[in-house]
Design a protein. Structure first.
Length: 406
């Protein structure tokens, strides 16, 4: 069990939410995670459950068996948690909700499944996720949300342009959702105007074609800029004819160039699934690039004793001063620690705490509490999937708003 008795936050009246769209797709957003983390449950625990339901790797029978094993082990641990009778019955009902939710899984389009439930508080949220997650069941005073941040890092919004000499297709991609923007600019000037130049000499005809092509690239760039702005997208990706893509890059509006994430190997006439798979690869590379840039910036700041720190002890100290701007954490990293139940302050070791010993609570995974605290303070949280990127940063590090003592 984690932080019992903390006074952080205000209790929100219980509610029930099935987090699904009509299409069945749940594209997790930072705002949804923050809303989840703001929920307070009093002395009744909340059960957080994650399951890998990627049916390309696991048949339904196998992950159903996995969840039964998780629930059985968690029931055994409940005997030693010291919960109130009311809290214990609430958690047991949570387990039944989890089992029922897993049995009800029918679709195979999503690869990760998450449930957050606190039965006594009338609280239930269910998420279908684009990416697989590690099987985990956590009973605590607050939701265990760190895996959601790992999924969130892949959720940039992309505009994909497929180009050929006289046409343009455009797609919006966000997570597992893809929509072709069929109303976007399409040019047919070459075929419709060709007959008008039949009596003009070849050089003039070629010049006119080049002029029309340049006009097409310019207008396509403006349309793409308008689409990127209207959809509030993060990046633009190009595909289709390679030569036209190179020409489009040269003619691209400067703002589009700043948001250019690369090219995909996809012909002009490919289907949506091909575009989606290619963009997911681009997104993965882009996320790793951002993580690497942040990690290098932290190393540079630490090297000159600037606004950065590394290691769980220093990160928790920075959080206690509300100075963390960006928190980086290696995926899967966990560490025990302590929390002051009255103030909510977090400590890596007991010796760092100088308050009332009776107020100190042992926490199984202090890093989950650190993520929660960082979000409460408005910091950006990034769960880094590559251990190599975090090399030399002791599994967790942070960029700071200010240097303590400065």
């Amino acid at each position: 069990m984690g932080r019992a008795g903390t006074n952080r936050g205000v209790f929100v009246p219980p509610f029930i939410l099935q987090a699904r769209t009509e299409e069945g797709t749940m594209l997790i957003t930072r705002e949804q995670i923050e809303d989840l983390m703001r929920r307070r449950f009093g002395e009744i625990p909340v059960t957080s459950f994650y399951l890998n339901v990627d049916q390309t790797r696991y048949p339904k029978e196998e992950y159903q068996k996995n969840v039964k094993t998780l629930v059985r082990k968690s029931r055994e641990r409940l005997e030693h948690e010291g919960l109130s009778r009311e809290g214990r019955y609430s958690v047991l009902e949570d387990f039944e909700r989890v089992l029922s939710a897993v049995n009800g899984i029918k679709a195979s389009w999503y690869r990760g499944f998450a449930v957050f439930t606190s039965s006594k508080n009338g609280f239930y949220q269910e998420y279908h996720l684009d990416d697989p997650v590690a099987d985990k069941l956590v009973v605590d005073r607050f939701p265990y949300t760190r895996p959601l941040f790992a999924v969130l890092r892949m959720k940039q919004r992309y505009i994909v342009l497929l180009l050929k000499k006289d046409k343009l297709r455009a797609f919006e991609v966000y997570g597992s959702r893809i929509e072709e923007c069929i109303d976007l600019f399409v040019s047919t000037v070459f075929s419709s105007r060709k007959n008008a130049y039949i009596f003009i000499n070849e050089k003039k005809y070629q010049n006119r074609l080049e002029t029309e092509y340049a006009k097409f690239l310019h207008e396509a760039s403006n349309e793409a800029l308008d689409l990127l702005t209207r959809r509030d997208a993060d990046y633009i990706v190009l595909g289709g004819d390679r030569g036209v893509c190179r020409d489009f890059e040269d003619a691209m509006h400067p703002y589009l160039r700043e948001r250019f994430a690369g090219c995909i190997e996809a012909g002009f006439d490919v289907g949506e699934h091909t575009v989606l798979d290619a963009v997911r690869n681009i997104s993965r590379v882009k996320s790793e690039q951002i993580d690497a840039e942040l990690a290098n910036k932290i190393r540079d700041e630490i090297g000159r004793h600037g606004k950065a720190c590394r290691g769980v002890k220093e990160v928790l100290k920075a959080l206690s001063l509300a100075s963390v701007s960006v928190l980086l954490m290696e995926q899967g990293y966990a560490a025990p620690g302590y929390m002051d139940a009255a103030s909510g302050r977090l400590f890596a070791v007991r010796e760092d705490y100088d308050g009332d010993p009776a107020a100190l609570r042992e926490v199984d995974d202090i890093m989950n509490e650190a993520v929660d605290e960082a979000v409460q303070q408005g910091a950006e949280v990034r769960i880094v999937q590559s251990a190599g990127i975090m090399s030399g940063l002791d599994h967790t590090a942070a960029l700071l708003r200010f240097r303590p003592g400065a």
